[in-house]
Design a protein around this ligand. Structure first.
Ligand SMILES: *Cc1c(COP(=O)(O)O)cnc(C)c1O
Length: 433
């Protein structure tokens, strides 16, 4: 009988993975989980140190989310959202709009409409296409340019890659991408918007923290300044809250911390608590209304997916939001955040540790070959990969971003589990570097 590991090696191609390295190692095959603990087919247990790539919030097999999915399964798993509706999708849309309006200040155009898709990348595709088509309906079809930041990450489909700015991931696809006005600072952006505001459709940003860039924090106030600038020049603001949404930065949404309401907001990763793929793009009545017209005018938003508005996903998301309320999750986040911050600080004296970055329930430690000169370890060292492999040996799973080690526990993590994650990370950095 061929083992699962052999079959994995024979048949699969894993995402963001150098398969030569993968094929040289025995894979960890996850079989079950509970809370912050993942268990593999050999019965080994691991702490989920990156919340299953930033998606899981309240832990695995949370009884309420599990039950909600089972209950929904007894009714229907999926029916089309093209020309039909369904109860979980309707209820979730209301909840998301209320949540956005309660969490964010009340602007002229509050977020009031929900467009579903399947993942973070599609939520961003939707935002980009909506912004572009909105200006056409407003008879400002010259506004076709998007402004995006250096080192941004918005997903892996081609529109999302176009606004993305991580060369390592994106350079191969350059011939297929649309041009973006790329900026690294607000002052640059101001100049561009001043000069070309009648050509700019929208500015795209990951609010407060650039995730895939290595958990890089924006200077405080930048987001609020950006909103102000967009208002001055009548440019749309797209907030990619795919990572930051649902408590990751300590508040329900990152935009909340700078009292900003975007014109379009992309949500995904934590939307279902990490149980099922689902995404939502929230927007304003102002944008929605621009798409209204006679059928024959074809102002329709021509975008949709086979699984749009999927009932199982929406049921999971409703349960996820109920857990936030019933278990007062937001209050607990500051406790986790403090413990995480204190634990990360203990890394500061370790050799090669250059930067420590922390916000909410996101922690990152960046290593340098030469800290004083900020000289990175060359890729051939595989420094981040080696440290995470060492952590895995000691029962903590996470993935590096280059030479940055990310720690992002689910919110159900206990004090003891978080301490273990931090201890294992420190020991691994010491051992490997
Ligand atoms: C993960 C991520 C995406 C892409 O989401 P997928 O579900 O992987 O398509 C987009 N934006 C940000 C900020 C992300 O962290």
């Amino acid at each position: 009988m061929t083992s699962l590991a052999d079959k994995d090696h024979r048949y699969l191609w894993h995402p963001f993975t150098q398969m030569k390295d993968w094929l040289a190692e025995k894979p960890v095959i996850i079989e079950s989980a509970e809370g912050a603990v993942l268990r593999d087919t050999a019965g080994r247990e691991y702490l989920d140190g990156n919340s299953s790539i930033w998606t899981n919030l309240h832990g695995h097999r949370h009884p309420k989310i599990t039950q909600a999915i089972k209950d929904q399964l007894d009714k229907i798993a999926h029916s089309s959202f093209l020309g039909l509706s369904n109860a979980p999708a309707i209820e979730l849309a209301e909840k998301l709009v209320l949540l956005a309006q309660q969490s964010l200040p009340t602007p002229r155009f509050p977020l009031s409409r929900v467009f579903y898709s399947d993942d973070g990348s599609t939520a961003m595709e939707v935002a980009i296409k909506m912004a572009l088509q909105y200006w056409q309906h407003r008879k400002q079809g010259r506004r076709t340019k998007f402004v995006a930041f250096a080192d941004a990450y918005h997903g892996d489909t081609l529109g999302a890659v176009s606004v993305g700015g991580i060369d390592l991931f994106h350079v191969a696809f350059k011939p297929l991408l649309f041009d973006v006005l790329r900026v690294s600072q607000l002052s640059q952006l101001e100049k561009i918007v001043q000069q070309q505001h009648d050509r700019v459709a929208a500015v795209v940003i990951e609010p407060l923290v650039q995730g895939a860039a290595g958990m890089r924090l924006w200077p405080r106030g930048l987001l609020a300044d950006l909103r102000w600038l967009c208002d001055q020049y009548n440019v749309l603001l797209i907030a990619d809250e795919v990572l930051t949404g649902f408590g990751r930065t300590g508040t329900m949404f990152a935009c909340e911390q700078e009292q900003v309401v975007p014109d379009l907001m992309a949500l995904s990763k934590g939307l279902t608590g990490g149980y099922l793929p689902l995404a939502a793009t929230l927007t304003t009545e102002e944008i929605f209304n621009a798409f209204l017209g006679e059928y024959s005018e074809f102002k329709t938003f021509f975008h949709g997916h086979s699984y749009t508005g999927n009932q199982l996903g929406c049921a999971a998301a409703l349960a996820n939001l109920a857990v936030f309320e019933e278990e007062k999750v937001l209050e607990r986040l500051s406790v986790i955040s403090h413990q995480l911050s204190a634990g990360l600080e203990l890394c500061r004296k370790l050799p090669h540790v250059g930067d420590i970055r922390h916000i909410g329930v996101i922690g990152a430690v960046e290593l340098f070959k030469n800290v004083a000169k900020r000289k990175p370890f060359p890729p051939a060292y595989k420094m981040g990969i080696k440290i995470c492999a060492e952590m895995r040996k000691h029962g903590v799973l996470t993935r590096p971003i280059g030479n940055t080690i990310v720690l992002m526990p689910p919110y159900c993590v206990t004090d003891v589990q978080l301490k273990q994650m931090l201890d294992v990370m420190r020991d691994a950095i010491r051992a490997v570097s």
